[in-house]
Design a protein around this ligand. Structure first.
Ligand SMILES: Cc1cc2nc3c(=O)[nH]c(=O)nc-3n(C[C@H](O)[C@H](O)[C@H](O)COP(=O)(O)O)c2cc1C
Length: 481
């Protein structure tokens, strides 16, 4: 069952041993973020866990991070499924979105602060790169709405706390939150904006999906949950927000009201540039009676941000290729969890149907995403095992024949130093597609046939040699031997 609230999800995660409570009081200006950095920098993926800081100095509200994106097991638990089913679940949700359901009385509005009662310092908002970030940052779901169509959007845009009642949000040009804001401010009107903090887990995972302009992530979240996301009208702005969220911050962006934002530690591993961004005047904070605060750990990869963005991005790409572009030869996609999701190395498994097919699919992936490196392999390669992908690169990829270079690619997120220019603001770069599928018959694998390997497995057990789970790489090879 997909957990319908953040609380249910955290309870399920704790039962699986994937959440740790930290009872000692912590200083939000450095301790939670620095501990999370150690977890991502030192622990292998399978040993990571969500962090629940029960006591944050100066705030009555606990802080949770890394729970949704500790690893793929945590992400899967947020959808109530097994890690192997993540792509299928995302494809199904995109093909069967469920529109949100509006309700009148919501848990996220049990307590309402407006006007001078609003104090952002009551929330345990951490400093994520202690010693380097300009201040505390909100890293959660941002809700905006197009003034003309009325369609809402959700994304995560880093947002700096300026003072008790104002924020500066990285609503960067080209991103949908920015486009929605312009539809109001260009007409001289204040744009409504809100943050949904510790919303139902599926809402968080859907928010980072790069969907076509006009598609509402709340519908995809409903598709993931198998039931409509309950939404409620904000108290001070005209937006619908997830009713079961723990905390909502409501505000407005006024025409021409901007300020320098940053520096902030970015997901590509370097400090992000300081740029002029819209200021948000906070009009209300609404919350449950005893709320939980959630903030994503990002910055140096791997991080929670890379895990979430990689997994969501892979599912959306797979759906687009198979069902929007008719590339049914594509069976699976993996976006490397060690980097920034939308920029990361992407590996496609497919059964090419004609010469050049794998290159075509690789080019499509590169063109319709921000991904810089795409590798295409046959279906007998485990795309989640980098040693297996490397094997395919070594024996099925001939660089001068199997490489496509795409020039003049624009990278709208200015966090990748490789595409920065010394003397201009442009972030023009290039992309590479490597076709590591077999082009000619290669003969049989140099492994004994399946029957012999399986008989040897019985012998292994009989002798009492150490037990193991058969890796997918080995299974695929043996099945093809
Ligand atoms: C912790 C975190 C912080 C992020 N910060 C930003 C950001 O500041 N600017 C941005 O453009 N994308 C950021 N992203 C990625 C976007 O949320 C993601 O690409 C999303 O799809 C954007 O929504 P949109 O396509 O509707 O604009 C962030 C993601 C995470 C998980």
């Amino acid at each position: 069952m997909c957990p319908l609230t953040m609380r249910d999800f955290l309870a399920a995660l704790e039962k699986k041993g994937l959440l740790r409570r930290i009872a000692r009081p912590v200083d939000r200006t450095w301790e939670p973020a620095a501990l999370a950095k150690w977890m991502y920098q030192a622990l292998p993926e399978e040993k990571r866990f969500g962090m629940y800081f029960e006591k944050v100095k100066g705030s009555a509200i606990p802080l949770v991070t890394a729970a949704l994106g500790a690893n793929s097991a945590a992400y899967a638990a947020a959808l109530g499924i097994e890690p192997e089913s993540i792509n299928d679940a995302l494809v199904r949700a995109c093909r069967n979105p469920i529109a949100p359901k509006v309700i009148d009385t919501a848990p996220c509005q049990e307590v309402v602060f407006t006007g001078k009662e609003v104090r952002l310092s009551r929330l345990p908002i951490p400093v994520w790169t202690p010693g380097k970030d300009k201040g505390p940052y909100i890293t959660s779901n941002t809700v905006t709405r197009d003034c003309d169509t009325g369609i809402q959007n959700m994304g995560v845009y880093r947002t700096m706390v300026r003072d008790e009642r104002s924020l500066t949000s990285n609503l960067a040009p080209g991103r949908q939150g920015y486009m929605n804001t312009l539809t109001w401010t260009d007409k001289g009107k204040a744009a409504p904006i809100a943050w949904a903090i510790a919303a139902p887990p599926a809402v968080h995972l859907a928010a980072v999906a790069n969907l076509p302009y006009g598609a509402d992530e709340l519908g995809i979240a409903g598709g993931m949950m198998g039931t409509a996301v309950r939404v409620v009208k904000c108290r001070t702005v005209d937006l619908l927000v997830p009713a079961d969220a723990e905390i909502i911050i409501e505000g407005e962006v006024h025409p021409g009201d901007t300020e320098m934002e940053g520096p902030f530690g970015e997901f590509a591993g370097y400090m992000g540039p300081v740029e002029r961004r819209p200021v948000v005047r906070v009009t209300a904070i609404t919350q449950r009676k005893n709320p939980i605060y959630y903030g994503y750990t990002s910055q140096m990869p791997p991080s929670e941000s890379t895990v979430i963005q990689s997994l969501t991005h892979a599912g959306i790409l797979l759906k687009t290729l198979r069902y929007d572009l008719g590339e049914t030869a594509v069976s699976d996609i993996f976006v490397d969890l060690t980097f920034g999701g939308m920029l990361s190395h992407t590996i496609v498994a497919m059964k090419p149907g004609y010469p050049g097919h794998a290159k075509k699919v690789g080019r499509l992936v590169a063109e319709m995403s921000l991904v810089k490196r795409v590798t295409v392999v046959d279906e007998d390669v485990d795309i989640r095992d980098h040693t297996h992908v490397d094997w395919a690169m070594n024996c099925r990829y001939n660089p001068s024949r199997d490489t496509v270079l795409i020039d003049d690619a624009y990278f709208p997120v200015n966090v990748d130093p490789s595409v920065r220019s010394a003397n201009s603001q442009d972030t023009m770069g290039s992309k590479i597609v490597c076709d590591a599928t077999l082009k000619v018959g290669a003969g049989e694998f140099s492994l004994p046939p399946r029957e012999i390997m399986m008989k040897a497995l019985d012998l292994w057990k009989e002798i009492g040699l150490p037990e193991f789970d058969i890796p997918r790489r080995a299974k695929l090879r043996i099945d093809h031997s």
